[in-house]
Design a protein around this ligand. Structure first.
Ligand code: UD1
Length: 423
């Protein structure tokens, strides 16, 4: 198993270019199933999750040409599309559920074995199913009790759907299904993440009629067919946020290129509150932690445009070394404090109760053997290793490979002392 060895490093300095967004490219790849024509996707990050989505689409009958060195993928689901997503792929990647709506549209049926609860929480899909049912999809309830979604529909009909929670995945699945449904679908309390807007832009280029993506009400007028198009994926705001935090907490000075500052308003506001210098320029966002003391702040995760849950653990890494105590409240996932134990191994002394963590701050951390408990937490413990005395050994780094393209190379180019070792 591979691991990272991270040494206490000099402040991060230089430039880093952000890759395409994992959470945008996965639904866009799933949406290519909605046309028989070829689609080209550019700025695709070379990530394990992208590989899994390629394998999934191939297993469903699509022709996939991938050149991840050139950050490009071509997909054509020209012939029959199979309806069953193989469990060995679904269990590797929760986002496999994103093919649900497109499969029902293309083959009249979708069979997807739900993976069990994952480390950060149960992550149920009842909102996806509720929306599809309202559009006329029949779900086999007996199969569902066994953890298998078996959904069928000859035809989907547009209707008004209210999401009890603005789920990103449910919003994406319903938009895809509604794009080719009969009539108009209105999705209320929809997720507003930039990745939803990117999916809607992709579908609209294909000929869909989607309005309001990026707000809480999305209106989709169904069309008869969609065509193949070429699309560039938006930059990854979570990767950008991770490097911003890295620059601030190492007291560094980094220019972050290929970033949309508007997508990071909450993170930038919190960085400034902590004393980091953040400047938006034409060629990127400069973050400096070397001008002022980095001080405590409180964080509460929320759906977009609130503070992103995916930035909670990287930001907590910064708070462990900031001056003064901070409080972090996680409201999106019920169990997303697995990294607290890892920070504490390094001396952070964080106390957690329910969805609330208290970080005393001001800590001189010491390198330790730690685990990447999930994708973002993995990046967070790496950042902590950069400011901890001695060596931090990070295992289970396959989580990090799922979502950060060339993480080690990018950190090294900024002066970080990190290496990957294969055991
Ligand atoms: C997406 C992102 C993930 C991010 C998350 C929240 C992708 C591939 N992944 O995940 O990186 O952390 O958004 O920003 O884009 N929920 C329900 N019932 C449902 C659906 C969701 O209770 O039917 C709950 C989940 O358990 C979770 C919360 O809603 O607690 C957020 O989930 P959701 O927005 O659906 O996240 P994902 O789409 O899985």
């Amino acid at each position: 198993m591979a691991k990272f060895l991270v040494q206490k490093s000099n402040p991060l300095k230089g430039e880093v270019t952000i890759s395409g967004a994992k959470n945008a490219v996965l639904p866009i790849m799933a949406a290519t199933l909605l046309t028989e024509e070829k689609c080209e996707i550019k700025d695709v990050p070379a990530l394990r999750d992208v590989d899994v989505m390629c394998d999934l689409l191939e297993s469903l009958g699509a022709a996939v040409y991938k050149d991840l060195d050139a950050n490009r993928v071509e997909i054509q689901a020209g012939g029959d599309v199979l309806c069953e997503a193989p469990f060995d792929l679904v269990k590797m990647m929760r986002a496999s559920i994103l093919v649900l709506g497109a499969l029902i549209i293309r083959s009249g049926r979708a069979v997807i074995h739900l993976p069990g609860g994952c480390a950060i929480g149960k992550r149920p899909v009842e909102l996806h199913l509720k929306g599809l049912k309202a559009m006329g999809v029949e779900i086999d309830e007996e199969q569902l009790h066994r953890g298998i979604i078996d959904a069928r529909a000859e035809k989907l009909k547009g209707t008004t759907i209210y999401l009890d929670f603005p789920s990103v995945g449910a919003t994406e699945v319903i938009i895809m299904a509604a794009a080719l449904a009969e009539g108009t679908t209105v999705l209320e309390n929809a997720a507003q993440e930039p990745e939803i807007v990117d999916l809607a832009n992709f579908l609209n280029k294909m000929g869909a009629r989607i309005k309001g993506a990026g707000t809480d009400t999305i209106k989709i007028d169904g069309v008869d067919s969609l065509r193949g198009v070429s699309h560039n994926v938006i930059p990854d705001r979570i990767e950008a946020g991770t490097f911003m935090v890295g620059a601030a907490m190492t007291r560094g000075n980094v220019l972050i290129k290929n970033v949309v500052p508007d997508h990071l308003k909450a993170v930038i506001a919190k960085l400034k509150e902590c004393g980091a210098y953040v400047e938006m320029g034409e060629d990127g966002v400069r973050v400096r932690g070397d001008l002022n003391e980095i001080t405590a702040t409180d964080i509460k995760t929320l759906p977009y445009p609130g503070f992103p849950t995916d930035m909670q653990s990287p930001f907590m890494a910064l708070l462990t070394v900031a001056k003064g105590p901070s409080v972090v409240i996680e409201t999106v996932f019920e169990n997303r404090f697995m990294h607290v134990g890892e920070f504490n191994r390094m001396g952070a002394n964080i106390k957690t109760s329910g969805n609330c963590s208290i970080i005393p701050g001001d800590k001189k951390l010491k390198g330790a053997q730690v685990v990447a408990t999930d994708l973002r937490a993995g990046a967070a413990v790496v950042l902590t290793g950069l400011v901890a005395e001695g060596t931090t050994e990070v295992s289970q780094i396959y989580h990090i490979d799922r979502g950060y393209e060339k993480f080690v190379e990018k950190l090294k180019a900024l002066g970080a002392n990190i290496m990957r070792v294969e055991e």
